[in-house]
Every structure is written in structure tokens, then in C-alpha cells.
Design a protein around this ligand. Sequence first.
Ligand code: RDZ
Length: 278
Amino acid sequence: MPSPKARSGGAAGSSGRYEFMSLSRSPPPPALQRQGSDPTAARLRAADSPTRRRGSGSSTASTSSTGGQQLPEEDCMRLNPSILGIALSSLLAIDLWLSKRLGVCACEDSSWGSVRPLMKLVEVSGHGIPWLVGAAYCLYKSDSAAGQEVMLNLLMALVLDLVLVSIVKAVVRRRRPAHNRMDMFATFSVDRYSFPSGHATRAAMCARFLLAHLVLAAPLRVLVLLWAAFVGFSRVLLGRHNVTDVAFGFFMGYCQYNLVEALWLSPVTLQSMVGQLE
Ligand SMILES: CC(C)=CCC/C(C)=C/COP(=O)(O)O
């Protein structure tokens, strides 16, 4: 990413740090003044600035003075983006770069394209449908009250996960990586968006659920954790997601389990629900 200093053509003042000065506060260096007189170029630069992209308008008046020349607010550009803005832009750039590098199974022609079918199998193992069908089947087959209680709550957790992920995807609307091929089976319309990864939320939540409610031997517990991690990692390898989609998905799924515990349907709750139905 070229530094603001490089873009300004090297016309630094004596401090050498004019590139972070706001045009609305003091006269710009000559190079910027020249560009500022061209409203089209100014608009293009303004549209390109991080603060502009975030849509955070200036708190100053609707016009700004540039060396005596009055410019409409839309033609002004803030050259002092916040540290947080720079950090977020950098993180986003690293995320996109890393995700592209890691998307080695994004299609058959990719460098690891031959393992794509295996990755798609991992994808199915974290898909919502097998989990919903599996939990419903275990609920139906379970002959103990404790088993039924656990399976019913797992079903509730899975539905809750689908709802919460759909809401976040619909609000954030981050597009999937350009190298992704949209050949996933059984998706909702919001699944064209990538933030957060629904597979990662489900994997994290279900892993916590299984570890907390099933009596598993140590090797199986490790296997559950490895499975969850691999489901998340495979999303990036398949090119379905950026790294941050999966990282946030894990975090969200981890937190969702706390919500499931808080909303836990106990036998008493169930009995009163059944009683109300009768
Ligand atoms: C149709 C049902 C019941 C669930 C959809 C599951 C699905 C395809 C989620 C998308 O996951 P990613 O966000 O990880 O791509």
C-alpha cells in the first residue's frame, strides 16, 4: 500500500509530516492545492479515502476553505485517518491477501485442487442439514429422559445458530471471496454472504455442546476439537471464506453455546410446555 507521503509527490514541509494534516484546518501543500482545484479529481480522491468509505462525515461546516477557495464538503478529504482506521484497513488487507493465498482448493485447477473432494466432505460434516437430521433422529430414538433432554436442546441450539448467523450475514453483507465457486449444497439466500462462517459457528458451538454433554474418552474429545478446527480451516482452503469470517465464526459459535446454556430447556420447562399443549 503506497504511503500517503509517496502519493503526495514528496512535497513535504519542514516537519515532513504534512500528509496527516486535515485540509479543513490549514492550507495544504502546493501539490495538493493544485489537485484540489480540480473538483473531479478531488471527488475521486475523497471517495477513495478510508474515512469517506466509512461514511463518517466531517463535523465541520458544509463548506471548507482551501487557500481562500471555498470547496463543498464533498470535495474535501481528511488526510488524518484514525489509528483504528489504519489498523482495520491493514487487517482487512492482510485478511484478503492471506485468504487468497490459503484458498488452495478453491477449484480443481488450484494448486491443491485434487483434495477438493475431501474438503467438500468436511464441508458436509459441518453443514446444518446432517446435524439437524442427526439430532432429530437421536431424539426420536432416545429412550432415556436425559438423552431426550440433551437432543432437544441440541436441536434448539442448531436452529438458534441458523437464525443468528442469518441475521449477522444479512446485516454485514460481506461478499464471499472472488475465488470462491458457489457450488455448496442446500444454502439459504443469505449464504451468498460470507461473514461469519456458518460452518465455523456450528462447529465451535457443537464441539462445546458435545464436550459438555457427552461422556467421551480423551481421544474422542481431541477428535471433536480437531474436527471443529478442520471444518473452519477447510472453509478458507475451499475459498468459501476469508480468515476473519472463520475466526469470528469460531468466536460467535463459542459464545452461542453460553446462550444455549442460559436458555436450556429443562424437563420441568418441557413438562409445562407439553401441559400447555394438552
Ligand atoms: C440449509 C441449512 C439447514 C443450512 C445451511 C447451512 C449453510 C450452507 C451454511 C453456510 O455456511 P458458511 O457460511 O460456512 O458457508
